[in-house]
Design a protein around this ligand. Structure first.
Ligand code: ASP
Length: 318
């Protein structure tokens, strides 16, 4: 029987580490090494291996994500698996959702436990990711994240624990499918698209500023010269009154500002509250609302929109 062609792109992370001389682990294993960690994997699919970058994921940048998107867009295959560090996995997954058209299944995975440790999860996650990537119906969901036999949508997935193997969740939604007894089971067959387009580069400066009790305008002042700013607002998308003057100056300078909620789930509010720093006031000032998109992902969406020359107002709420 013909095996489906799967692009395996390794980008680094715990899943690709190997023990170093002084007891710590460092990224170093390539895509072809990862294939060899799962007995029988080569019988499932015909792998094209690529190593676009090899870094811990806290060192990856939107430029890496953009290059990865080009690699996937140009791949001649029936499914794509990307191995990635877990720290910023949700950011790359969402950036790909914004940049890629839905053509073939695109699956991101990683590992929480170091290879060689008892119960290392990398090989099992890779096997599950390959099975999901070989399932044509997954293409309609956009890029998905597979760990612990669960399938998560790029828009919702988040790393929610620093060390547990069960580190990923989709707050406000839950997983949309799973891998059970080697079979892929989907709870949904479609998901709203996040696609905007594929820019040549992704390097404009878009800052993310956290709102917190007692925050002033200093960090927003430091955003002058940025191409855009995302505010991680409190609750339904609010900011402390002491941030407003600096915010006004940014908007007057033509910097697009998007407010998301720092809570981790639920939409930004539209008109429940009035008063200083409320969602109603921010709207009046011209601040865009992220809707259900969290701050990290709103930032990437704004960055892609600006890079493509799109009006941010047409891209939010997302
Ligand atoms: N520090 C690692 C990374 O994100 C963590 C991991 O892969 O689990 O690259």
């Amino acid at each position: 029987m013909r095996r489906p062609r799967v692009l395996l792109a390794a980008t680094g992370g715990t899943i690709a580490t190997a023990p170093g001389g002084d007891g710590v682990h460092e990224v170093g294993r390539r895509a072809s090494d990862l294939v060899a960690t799962v007995p029988g994997l080569v019988e499932l699919a015909e792998f094209e291996c690529a190593d676009p970058v090899s870094l811990p994921s806290h060192a990856l940048t939107p430029e890496h994500m953009c290059r990865l998107a080009h690699l996937v867009a140009e791949a001649d295959c029936e499914g794509v698996v990307i191995t990635h560090g877990t720290d910023t996995l949700e950011e790359t997954a969402y950036a790909l959702a914004v940049m890629l058209e839905r053509r073939v299944p695109v699956v991101l995975t990683g590992a929480m436990r170091l290879p060689g440790r008892p119960g290392a999860d990398g090989p099992a996650n890779l096997l599950a990711a390959v099975r999901v990537a070989m399932t044509p119906a997954v293409a309609a969901l956009g890029p998905v994240v597979v760990l612990q036999d669960e399938i998560h949508l790029a828009r919702y997935v988040a790393k929610v624990h620093t060390g547990r193997v069960a580190a990923f969740a989709s707050p406000g939604l839950g997983p949309v499918g799973s891998v059970v007894e080697d079979h892929v089971q989907l709870q949904v067959t479609s998901a709203p698209s996040d696609h905007l387009g594929l820019p040549a580069r992704l390097h404009r400066r878009v800052e993310l500023v956290w709102a917190y009790a007692g925050a002033g305008g200093e960090l927003l002042e430091a955003c002058r010269g940025a191409a855009g700013v995302v505010l991680a607002g409190t609750g339904g998308g609010h900011v402390p009154p002491a941030m407003l003057e600096a915010l006004e100056r940014l908007l007057a300078a033509g910097v697009p500002v998007v407010v998301a909620s720092r809570t981790g789930s639920g939409p930004t509010l539209e008109g429940s509250y009035g008063g200083r720093g409320s969602e109603s006031e921010l709207r009046r000032m011209g601040v865009l609302a992220a809707g259900t998109l969290g701050p990290l992902k709103a930032r990437l969406r704004l960055q892609v929109a600006l890079e493509l020359g799109l009006d941010p107002g047409g891209c939010f709420p997302a």
